[in-house]
Ligand binder design. Structure first.
Ligand SMILES: Nc1ncnc2c1ncn2[C@@H]1O[C@H](COP(=O)(O)OP(=O)(O)OP(=O)(O)O)[C@@H](O)[C@H]1O
Ligand SMILES: [Mg+2]
Length: 303
């Protein structure tokens, strides 16, 4: 079973409108709700790929209930810690000629709540995959992913960390199976500028020296480079297409890599499926569907 951890899930309230003006009453053209959070996105794309997962993390209040019901209605299992106070956040995404986002804080999480999450994850076995992705709520320490991995290290589960900065670096001693920084995350993590494949290689190998087994550096429309635990470097271009919405492309890529690796036990086809998922999401309005993934995979394979 794949377990995805989302510490601060959200409902994205997407409002499409012309010309929003601050300080005035604005009218929306149309609006929609989407359940989000990086781990949840991974679970949703895994579902499209026919891979079962359980979404865990923290939920609170009426919004938390909505997120859980939505996942369950899509037949995605959930095992969240339910917080006593507060509510899971609603992020407001205003879409007009420009994109304006208001990302809110989310509920407070106590040490006891964190302890409850550890308890759930202590049950992992070597047949499981653990995906840790996204930001942590404000009052949660940067070492949360490190602590989770320290509790689960003995299980032998495959681990994936999609994070940045200290939250990523301090997990490396637990030798995560896969990390997936994009270029700007790679630059932030090492507080440096990256301008060439040579630079990417230098920092990816540094991450491997620090403990990461496979490092997948994604570059949006420019594709990705995978540095494997077998010392291979695999460059993958992105298929051509019109990008409609790139939010969640990275999460889709993570889901595709996991599904591909579980199926083929080989990096190359896993990277192809990862790319198909990432690009299929970029080419569509929300997260990719199974049909869109297969169409995009055909485009990649016909190249
Ligand atoms: N504009 C695009 N055209 C084609 N493919 C894309 C595009 N944007 C993203 N992709 C695909 O998705 C993969 C991951 O994208 P990206 O590097 O943007 O991830 P990310 O920044 O981690 O995204 P996020 O964290 O928002 O989910 C890319 O390697 C590529 O295969
Ligand atoms: Mg990302």
């Amino acid at each position: 079973m794949v377990y995805t951890v989302t510490l601060n899930p959200a409902i994205d309230f997407v409002i499409n409108m012309d010309n929003p003006i601050l300080g005035a009453i604005n009218r929306s053209e149309n609006e929609a709700f989407y359940c989000g959070g990086k781990g949840i996105n991974v679970s949703m794309v895994l579902k499209e790929l026919g891979v079962k997962s359980t979404a865990t993390g923290f939920l609170a209040g009426f919004t938390g209930k909505y997120i859980e019901e939505t996942l369950n209605s899509k037949e995605i299992a959930t095992d969240f810690v339910h917080l006593e106070d507060g509510y899971s956040r609603i992020n407001v995404k205003i879409r007009s000629d420009e994109e304006t986002d208001i990302n809110t804080n989310g509920p407070m999480i106590s040490d006891y709540d964190i302890h409850l999450l550890y308890k759930k994850l202590e049950e992992l076995t070597e047949d499981d995959v653990l995906v840790l992705s996204g930001s942590a709520p404000k009052n949660v320490n940067d070492d949360i992913y490190k602590k989770i991995l320290s509790k689960t290290a003995k299980s032998g589960a495959l681990t994936v960390v999609d994070s940045t900065g200290k939250k990523l670096l301090n997990t490396l001693e637990f030798k995560p199976f896969l990390i997936k920084p994009n270029i700007s995350e790679l630059m932030d993590t090492f507080d440096t500028k990256i301008t060439s494949l040579h630079d990417i290689e230098k920092y990816a190998i540094k991450l491997q020296t620090m403990g990461a087994k496979n490092v997948l550096v994604s570059m949006g429309e420019k594709g990705s480079v995978l540095f494997t635990d077998k010392k291979q470097v695999i460059v993958q271009s992105s298929p051509e297409g019109v990008a409609v919405n790139t939010v969640g492309a990275g999460d889709s890529m993570v889901a595709g890599f996991i599904a591909g690796y579980l199926k083929y036990h080989d990096h190359k086809p896993a990277l192809k499926l990862a790319t198909a998922c990432g690009s299929a999401t970029a080419f569509s309005q929300g997260l990719c569907t199974q049909k869109e993934i297969m169409q995009t995979l055909e485009l990649i394979e016909s190249k």
